[in-house]
Design a protein around this ligand. Structure first.
Ligand SMILES: NC(=O)c1ccc[n+]([C@@H]2O[C@H](COP(=O)([O-])OP(=O)(O)OC[C@H]3O[C@@H](n4cnc5c(N)ncnc54)[C@H](OP(=O)(O)O)[C@@H]3O)[C@@H](O)[C@H]2O)c1
Length: 288
């Protein structure tokens, strides 16, 4: 079941050329009606300085969804790039994630409060980074933070369907998002369908294989890319979007950032989607 998609035209200034490029930007509506950009940028493995530079460049190119985490140790620099952009905070959708290393209520609250302090007092989407012993306790605390207006939405990351169902049983606020590893070599479409049937939007982490897999050099994807005059990265990101998935590629390279956001002006055919689906090898990058 696909989330309702809104396709809006937005004019974005291109950071490199200074030109204004019109790009159709996909937006997606989560189950509670919150509308979010379907494409953003991630900042895993970037130190604070790199995260600041990457997010600053991305914002100039039109990115408004930004994905960080306590574990990445760059929340403050990521948020500083948002502040320094001069663009109203309300235009952004910023995600962070609770580091699942805490076991007591006091530790969990302290960690959540530290993220809020790093990121200006409100966070659009707070995720539990991966399942852990105290995740049901953490979820109840995060629900409280939603009711207090500190988080706009809450969700999960790396929850396989059984773990997701366990959380759905105790949740009084249903998770909006489940952020999972999702790329053509690890697409697990049955898992995607289960999340979507439960009304939970899937967000793709490592959509480009984290630069560690050869997915961007796959011959099938290369041939589809040639047919559309696009790069393989753009084809993969477009495939995410047509699957109803939010995607958050990361780059230190402004040219790649620009390329990655230019995916709203072409469409993959049903056959091309199936050809990319067929590349799945269940080749997970990490066993989470
Ligand atoms: N929830 C979780 O457990 C979890 C786990 C992993 C990641 N994530 C999130 O997902 C985000 C994205 O995943 P990721 O960081 O693992 O990797 P990714 O986005 O799959 O891949 C990043 C790699 O692709 C390269 N790249 C980006 N755009 C490109 C382009 N257009 N052409 C060629 N190469 C390109 C980058 O190199 P350049 O810098 O040279 O462009 C980098 O080496 C993370 O940053 C993080 O926010 C979450």
């Amino acid at each position: 079941m696909f989330r309702k998609k809104l396709w809006v035209m937005a004019a974005f200034s291109a950071a490199l050329s200074g030109a204004v490029a019109a790009q159709p930007v996909p937006q997606l509506t989560l189950h509670d009606g919150l509308t979010v950009p379907q494409l953003g940028c991630g900042v895993w493995e970037l130190d604070g300085r790199e995260a600041y530079a990457s997010v600053s460049a991305a914002i100039k190119l039109g990115y408004r969804l930004i994905d960080t985490a306590q574990y990445y140790q760059n929340e403050a620099e990521t948020y500083q790039a948002v502040l320094d952009s001069g663009i109203p905070r309300s235009e952004f959708f910023i995600t962070s994630k609770l580091n699942p290393r805490y076991s007591s209520e006091q530790e969990i609250r302290k960690a959540l409060d530290r993220s809020l302090q790093n990121m200006g007092g409100t966070i659009d989407l707070m995720l539990i980074h991966w399942p852990f012993g105290a995740d049901e306790l953490a979820w109840r605390i995060m629900e409280e933070y939603v009711r207090a207006g500190k988080f706009k939405a809450i969700g999960l990351s790396n929850y396989h369907p059984d773990a997701l169902k366990r959380m759905l049983k105790i949740a009084t606020i249903k998770p909006q998002v489940n952020q999972i590893e999702f790329h053509p070599y690890n697409s697990k479409l049955d898992e995607l369908a289960q999340n979507q049937d439960l009304g939970v939007t899937v967000e793709a982490w490592s959509p480009l294989g984290a630069g560690r897999q050869k997915v961007m050099a796959d011959p099938v994807i290369e041939s589809i890319a040639r047919a559309h005059g696009k790069s393989t990265a753009q084809v993969i990101l477009r495939w995410d979007i047509q699957h109803g998935v939010i995607t958050i590629p990361r780059s230190r390279n402004p040219r790649h950032l620009q390329e990655n956001i230019e995916v709203g002006d072409f469409e993959l055919s049903a056959q091309e989607m199936q050809d990319i689906d067929a590349l799945n090898k269940n080749a997970a990058l990490w066993d989470i």
